[in-house]
Design a protein around this ligand. Structure first.
Ligand SMILES: [Zn+2]
Length: 254
């Protein structure tokens, strides 16, 4: 049996409580700000009508404590590439003070340490997953394609304009172009999923994003839009290429 070595204290807010150690005392309010923003944003976009349940956020001071809590308190196997894990009304975060040694380079800012705006967007990202789980029928999150959930979280948190993703988009475009929908797995769900979300938003059909995001997860986007799969795929890939070129031109630092 593994034991936690960390001394957690609890800071309570109206909508959540945050368990953290002294090392993160100074950033608890900013963590709460990001949480509040993410839940409000996702509730609005995905049409959450019930109040969000009272949430618990664990801010783990290092990788050992993070892995311990995720392993014993969630149903998800821990993974060294992760720094945040939502489950129901709980959110597990690796303390940004540990990013320099315990997080992959893609989570770090230019100085090799944590970057406050990136950490803020990461919390918003995880909150979007939490609200999606609330608005969908029970069990739907297990069948929803990862590119849709990650697309929602990446797009609404604004992570699609971060350098790491822009570089990956550019590498794909310089290689074989936008991957087919069937190829959107693993890292590609983060790189390209947001273009599907934006594609649906830009069709400008009232509530379509919220309605599609509240389904059981078994209907394809093409079926939902009543468009043949092949026609949808062609239209989306053309759209995705333009959308990616646009953000690369505007936001990729050389
Ligand atoms: Zn995610």
């Amino acid at each position: 049996m593994d034991d936690s070595k960390a001394l957690f204290r609890i800071t309570r807010f109206d909508d959540c409580r945050i368990l953290h150690t002294d090392i993160d005392l100074d950033i608890i309010n900013s963590i709460h700000d990001a949480f509040y923003e993410g839940i409000a944003l996702a509730s609005r976009e995905l049409g959450l009508t019930e109040p969000m349940p009272y949430c618990t956020i664990y801010v783990c001071p290092n990788r050992v404590e993070y892995d311990l809590l995720v392993k014993y308190l969630t149903a998800t196997p821990t993974n060294p590439g992760r720094v945040g894990q939502p489950q129901g009304s709980e959110l597990y975060l690796l303390s940004p003070t540990a990013y320099g040694v315990d997080a992959l380079p893609s989570f770090l800012g230019h100085n090799g340490q944590y970057d406050q705006p990136m950490f803020h967007r990461l919390i918003v990202h995880e909150c979007i997953h939490m609200v999606e789980e609330q608005v969908r029928p029970r069990g739907a999150m297990e069948v929803v394609p990862a590119y849709w959930s990650e697309g929602l979280a990446i797009f609404f948190s604004g992570q699609h304009v971060e350098q790491d993703l822009l570089e990956r988009m550019k590498a794909d475009l310089d290689g074989g172009g936008v991957p087919p929908l069937s190829g959107l797995s693993g890292a590609a769900t983060y790189v390209w999923g947001w273009t599907l979300v934006k594609f649906l938003i830009d069709r400008d059909e009232p509530d379509s994003l919220a309605r599609f995001s509240r389904e059981s997860g078994e209907t394809s986007l093409a079926t939902f839009l009543q468009v043949p799969e092949e026609e949808f795929e062609k239209a989306w890939r053309t759209y995705a290429e333009e959308a990616a070129k646009d953000v690369i031109d505007r936001c990729l630092s050389s």
